[in-house]
Design a protein around this ligand. Sequence first.
Ligand SMILES: [Zn+2]
Length: 153
Amino acid sequence: MTTPKKELAVAALQNGTVIDRIPSSALFKAVRILGIEKLDKHVTIGNNLESKKLGTKGIIKVADTFFPEDVLNRIALIAPTAKINIIRDFDVVEKFPVVLPQTIIGIVKCDNPKCITNNEPMKTRFELIDPKERVIRCHYCGHSVNAKEAQIK
Ligand SMILES: [Zn+2]
């Protein structure tokens, strides 16, 4: 018997987290934001998979790892369509979308070269000022940017 290619691309996970529906262009940024390259767990990353909604999508599967919700929500910056699936014993026990946090600390680089965060060793801090348009504003200099154009540190 042959296994269809689609199933191979999304091999089953016994326990862990699946981050699905990541726009293909944002996949590697999502990997970086979640700190996945530092994990010593099994990680499966698929990209340019077919998606009815997005055209193509990326997916990240991390075995035996359950991220805090505020960490997962960081990827809402660049992948607002992402869906989280929590897997226990091969079953999806929880499924939820990511939500852009009200305050984003230490992830986004401020575009303003004169901003204190670009000149002092300190964490950046952005506030979500327009959830509909997804505009975030630097707490220190007031510079605002659309989340999808935000520079990720
Ligand atoms: Zn700033």
